[in-house]
Design a protein around this ligand. Sequence first.
Ligand code: FES
Length: 145
Amino acid sequence: MYSEKVMDHFQNPRNVGEIENASGVGTVGNAKCGDIMRIYLDIDENNIINDCKFKTFGCGAAVATSSMATELVKGKSINEALEITNKAVMEALDGLPPIKVHCSLLAEEAIHAALWDYAEKNDIKIEGLTKPKSDIGETVEEENY
Ligand code: FES
C-alpha cells in the first residue's frame, strides 16, 4: 500500500524537532482527522532556508510527508520553497494512496504558514503567498477521505 520511501520517512523521519528562535513557525491542522503539523524555518539574510524542523501529531502519511517536505525546502530560497506543492512532496515519496492524499496538504500548508509568519515578523511581502488556513479540513474535497 505504501512505497518504500513513505515507509522509510515514516519510520526514520528526518528533521524532527524544534528550532529555537525560528525565523518562522507555521501550525496547521485538519479538524476532520484531528492531525496537527508544525514547521519551523531558519531563514538567513539572503532569504535562504538554512534549516527546517517539524513536529507532527498525526498519521503515518502526515509524518512521512512532513519529513520529505523538510528535506525538500532545506537550502531553498523562499520563492523556491513556495513552489513545493503537496504533489511534489508525494512524487518525491513515490506516491501516496488516494485516501491519504489530503495528509500531504498539511505539509504544504504548514510551510506556507511558516513563511507567512516570517513575512509578518519582518514586515515583508512574499510574492504569491496568501494567508494560510489554520484548518485545512474545510478545503479538502470529501472524496479524499
Ligand atoms: Fe489526518 Fe493523515 S489522516 S493527516
